[in-house]
Every structure is written in C-alpha cells, then in structure tokens.
Design a protein around this ligand. Structure first.
Ligand code: ZN
Length: 455
C-alpha cells in the first residue's frame, strides 16, 4: 500500500492518465476478510424478537388489512386502523430524533380496475430519517395490506401474519434500532398499501420519488420473511433469499451482449453486497442470491422502483414458503390448517431476517458513497484492464474487484489506493471487473460495474 500512495491522484474528478499496473494475471488476490463495524454490530444486536412478535400480533389483531375494508375501518379494526397504528409507531420513534425523522402518509384514490369492484383509497406510511450527506437515499420497505382467498374481500378474517405483518414489524424494528445513529445517507422506512392488488402504493410513491429526481441508491424490499418451515417440510432457518433483477428497464440488449454484462445490473451488485455484508453481523446466517427479479412469474414492491429507473432494488423472502398459509381463507380442511396465522411466525427467524436488513442498510447509509462515472475503455488490444471513475464522498481508497464470468460472487479484490484510475493485470476478456469505495472505517460501498467505451 505504501508504494501505491505515490500514485495518488488529487481528487479533482478529472481523469489523469496515471497508470498503476500491479499484479499478475488472474486470481491471485482473494476478497479481503472484512471485520464488523462496532456501531453497526450494536444496531444489529439490538433487534428484539419479542418486539417483532408483538408487532405481528398487533397487526393481525386488526382483523383484516384488506384494502376494501377501508370504509369499515374503526379505531381497532380494518386496514386504516392498522395504517394509523403503524404511523403512530413511527411517530413515537421519530420523537426521539430531534427532528431528523418525519412521518407522512402517501394517500390517493385508486380508480376501479378490471380486477376490482370500485375505486379505493390507498394510503402508505412513509418515515424519512434525514442523513447528513446530500444525494444518497436508501429505502427499506414492506407492505401492510393483506389478502385472503379473494383479494377484494374487505369483510373476511385476514390475519396476514407472514404476508406481510412480518415485514412491517421488521421495518418498524429497524427504525427503532437505527434512528439514534446519524447516517450519511437518508433512509426511508416504508409500509406500503395496495401491494396485493397491483403494487399500487409502492408504484404511486416510486413515481413521486422519480418526479422529484430523488437519488435512490438502493431499495431493500421485504415481503414474507417470518416463517422458517416450508409447506413441504423443508427448513433452513439460517438462510434468507434475496431476489435481484437481471436487466434494468430500458436496457440496450446489444450493448449488454457486446460486453457480457447481463449478470451485473445494479440490482445484482446490491445482492452481492448484501450477501457479503450480512454474515459479518448475523453469525451463520446466509444470503441465498436468487438471480431473478422475484419468484417465478410473481412480483413485489421492488419492481415499482425498478420500473421508474431505480434499478438497485431487491426483495428479501424467507428460504422456504408455506403456500397453505398465503392468500388463503382461514379454515381447517382435510386436517390441514389454512390461513396466514401468527402461530406460524418464527420470531427468531424474523429477528435474523430483520438483522440482515439492518446490517445491509446501516452499511449502505453509514459507509462511503459508491464511485460514479465508472468507465472501462478499450484503448487497444492487450492483457490488462483499466478502470476510471469520479471520486466518491467519504472514500479514502478504492478496490478493483473481479470474478470469473460464471462465478456468482466477486472472487478477487485489489486495494488500489486513493486514485481515480487504475490498471490491473487481469484480462477483461476472461473476467468481469468492477470498483467499490472504501472509507476510513473500512466500510465498502456496493461494487459498480463500468460502462464500456471504445477510445
Ligand atoms: Zn406480500
């Protein structure tokens, strides 16, 4: 590292053509062994299983959170009673933040659609924890509406414990353990309405963010994260799935095929980041990266963000689902209990799922901004790869990452110091390369895949 300092480039944002050529071809340098950050570990360890369980039970006790229960909502029953309770929880958390956190409802009238009997009022709860640095916004989301066998039934009993009181509980708990910390990035804790009927609440809110050109750098959506035993008996209580999108909306497929970047969307880089960070803070808890945007032919609120151009969005889902509990009328049939009941929530699993969110979200919002304007030129045919970038706020150095084209996760890293350009003796024909920021505390940003250009 000492010699590399000689090559440090002033952080002017210009691309100075200083060559730092180090290393031998291929995979000589493993990823660095990261160590937990004490402040983040304290937040992760503060996540409380009993509070999570209590939040789920309170949400279930509203009887139904179906959108069409809105006209019959009382103080203790129906979707808007649940919404008001969630908003009240956020307000009590915000009260201790000295004005850094604000709580708002995102309310609008959703017109009747071919699937729905009438227009219905949608109302999402949005809590915003203001960060100290501009230009960085991170979202942790859930949905609080629910569904029985008929998603337009506003009258039936619809507990919705796992889908999706589990995630609302996680978002509330994350806000509880994180708000005493001053983050660089702004964090939005969201509980969306109308997911079950067409991602309505998240779609409305994502459009508002896009219209305001809000700089959303990552979305961690949570949907069905509290059950640890699948309906087929399979159980992996130390695994959570992260679903990530392949190609962002509007992708030029020819440009992707020219360089083979089909597995390096911002959503995939966020997934890799989460898979690396979570085991640091949640011992023996593993992220299973699923390289598709959601379960087969299904969807979730992360897609509302992806659709408006916020490509770095993923979905957390428990490792094994139980389909006799999801979107089912509560009943006994053939000796089987149907319905999304709170007794099937594993509070310890939900705790680990929440901790995974807190670890990733806190690292994103506390750590360095990712480098921007990352480019990899093809100047001439050769045996090396050059990356250059615009410096990132909070970064004290950068790491070039690379992996084999058929490897799911980054395999190698090299600290290239506080520079804005570096050349490594790694073939861009045979490997995929990216770059990430490193701050003074050793926190890393997600990797950024370079834009290819011919010079
Ligand atoms: Zn759901």
């Amino acid at each position: 590292m000492g010699t590399l300092k000689l090559f440090s480039i002033p952080r002017t944002g210009t691309y100075l053509g200083i060559l730092v050529l180090i290393g031998a071809a291929g995979g000589d340098q493993p990823l660095p062994a990261l160590t937990p950050n004490a402040a983040i570990a304290a937040m992760v360890n503060a996540v409380d299983a009993n509070r999570l369980k209590a939040s789920v039970e309170t949400l279930v006790a509203f009887g139904t959170r179906n959108d069409f229960s809105e006209t019959q909502s009382t103080e203790t029953h129906g979707v808007f009673a649940a919404r008001d309770w969630i908003a009240g929880q956020f307000r009590s958390i915000a009260a201790g933040t000295g004005g850094r956190m604000s709580v708002a409802l995102d309310t609008y009238l959703q017109p009747k659609t071919p699937r729905t009997p009438r227009a219905v009022t949608e109302s999402s709860v949005i809590a915003t924890l203001r960060g100290d640095a501009p230009g960085r916004l991170y979202v942790m989301s859930s949905h609080f509406d629910d569904c029985d066998g008929r998603c337009t039934d506003g009258v039936g009993v619809e507990p919705g414990a796992d889908d999706n009181a589990s995630s609302v509980a996680a978002v509330l708990e994350a806000a509880r353990v994180m708000t005493s910390t001053h983050f660089k990035g702004t964090i939005i804790f969201a509980a969306f309405d109308g997911e079950e009927l067409g991602l309505w609440g998240s779609n409305h809110y994502a459009h508002e963010l896009a219209a305001a050109r809000a700089p959303v750098l990552a979305v961690l959506n949570n949907d069905i994260i509290g059950n640890s035993v699948g309906g087929d008996g399979e159980s992996e209580p130390d695994v959570i799935r992260v679903f990530s999108q392949g190609l962002p909306a509007g992708t030029n497929v020819d440009a992707v095929n020219l360089v083979g970047s089909e597995n390096d969307s911002p959503s995939r880089e966020l997934s890799r980041f989460i898979a690396e960070v979570v085991p640091l803070y949640v011992p023996n808890f593993t992220v299973r990266q699923i390289f598709r945007s959601d379960r087969f032919m299904r969807g979730g609120d992360q897609q509302s963000f992806q659709a408006v151009g916020y490509a770095a969005a993923i979905r957390f889902v428990e490792a094994h689902e139980n389909f006799t509990h999801q979107h089912q009328d509560v009943r006994m049939q053939g000796g089987v209990q149907y319905g999304d009941l709170p007794q099937y929530i594993d509070a310890q699993y939900l705790r680990r799922a929440t901790q995974a969110n807190v670890a990733a979200l806190a690292t994103l919002a506390l750590g360095p901004a990712p480098p921007t304007g990352v480019q990899m030129p093809l100047e001439h045919l050769g045996y090396t790869s050059t990356l250059r970038w615009t410096p990132a706020a909070g970064a004290v150095s950068y790491e070039i990452l690379w992996r084999a084209t058929d490897a799911p996760q980054w395999q190698h890293a090299r600290d290239v110091g506080d520079v804005t350009q570096s050349t490594v003796h790694v073939s861009k024909d045979d490997y995929i390369l990216g770059v990430r920021s490193v701050d003074a505390n050793g926190l890393r940003s997600p990797a950024v895949y370079p834009t290819a250009l011919r010079e």
